[in-house]
Write a protein that binds this ligand. Structure first.
Ligand SMILES: *[C@@H]1O[C@H](CO)[C@@H](O)[C@H](O)[C@H]1NC(C)=O
Length: 317
């Protein structure tokens, strides 16, 4: 009797949890050389699908899809793995300083919760502006009705390790330009910033306006490890939000690396086949629809009932 009411209780709490857990998750993932050969590894593609379908919007970096087949294949995989949602994507040009090495920024998003309302490729030849980036940000504006912020802009960046200090500082200029262009404060910067260990010396941080401006909130804790290798512990991948309004629209302490190795019980070698980075992620506050709110109070009511049953049983027992 006791165990059956415990079971009932946990089921009801579980139901309650899944309804209440109507999250909105933004992720940034350096896929480490994602292209033709990785897209042919079924086990890797399955893990990628598991990771990416956790997110409403996911920035993919180090997409090196010269044949243009790996990204469509990944999208197919996402739709197969998670048929409840639709998935779409927007991608930058192939960006880089040399013809032999280029990367794309790709945003994958759920078409049922998110729409793309603007795109802007930051140019590499702005007058009076030295060519700061190896991979200029591909800036995208999104609308997401279920979030409390409603509409926001994402500025992606995968810095060149050896130029990290300068590129991070230059991102500040991108931010100012985007704020002015779209008349919004609701901007998030995210990606593999290489913002730790040997690539961003402590003494150089005061030179980076993206760090010194107190209007910017660095959400990934400084002591996080966003690298898969057990021999390294560096907080390379970051999420930064502009302004107190956007900061308040974020679920407190939700920003973190997603350690898919331990989550999915993989060996280090299996995890490294997927990437040498963990994705980083953050939750935005959501506004609950009326239907959701009433059904969740319904389950709450039931949970309470189950709890009182349990107490009764304990008493009689
Ligand atoms: C670092 O930045 C300088 C100046 O913008 C550029 O000439 C150089 O190619 C960059 N290095 C790399 C590895 O991208």
């Amino acid at each position: 009797m006791l165990s059956s009411s415990l079971l009932l209780l946990s089921i009801l709490l579980g139901v309650n949890d899944s309804l209440g857990g109507s999250d909105f998750r933004i992720c940034a993932f350096n896929l480490y050389h994602f292209g033709d050969s990785k897209s042919k590894k079924n086990d890797v593609m399955l893990i990628l699908a598991r990771i990416i379908t956790r997110c409403d919007v996911c920035l993919l970096q180090e997409v090196r899809d010269s044949k243009g087949k790996a990204v469509p294949e990944l999208l197919q995989q996402l739709k197969r793995y998670d048929p409840k949602h639709g998935y779409g994507h927007v991608a930058s040009e192939r960006l880089g300083r040399s013809d032999s090495y280029r990367e794309q920024y790709v945003f994958v998003y759920r078409t049922d919760t998110v729409t793309v309302t603007g795109q802007y490729q930051y140019p590499d030849d702005l007058p009076g502006d030295e060519d700061a980036f190896a991979r200029e940000p591909f800036v995208v504006r999104f609308k997401a009705a279920k979030t409390s912020i409603k509409e926001f802009v994402l500025i992606p960046q995968h810095t060149t390790p050896t130029n990290t200090t300068k590129e991070l500082d230059a991102l500040y200029d991108v931010l100012q330009r985007v704020k002015k262009m779209w008349r919004t404060e609701n901007v998030m910067l995210l990606g593999d910033f290489n913002a730790d260990c040997g690539y961003l010396a402590k003494k150089n941080r005061i030179k980076v306006r993206l760090i010194t401006d107190s209007n910017l909130f660095w959400l990934i804790p400084e002591d996080s490890d966003t690298t898969v290798r057990s021999s390294t512990s560096c907080s390379y991948d970051r999420i930064v939000v502009n302004g107190p309004t956007f900061n308040r629209a974020v679920v407190p302490s939700s920003a973190k690396p997603f350690n898919f190795q331990t989550e999915y019980g993989l060996t280090e070698e299996q995890a490294l086949d997927v990437s040498d980075h963990y994705p980083v992620e953050v939750l935005l506050r959501v506004v609950r629809s009326r239907a959701l709110r009433s059904s969740s109070s319904f389950t709450k009511c039931f949970s309470l009932l189950a709890l009182s049953c349990l107490v009764c049983h304990l008493f009689i027992w």
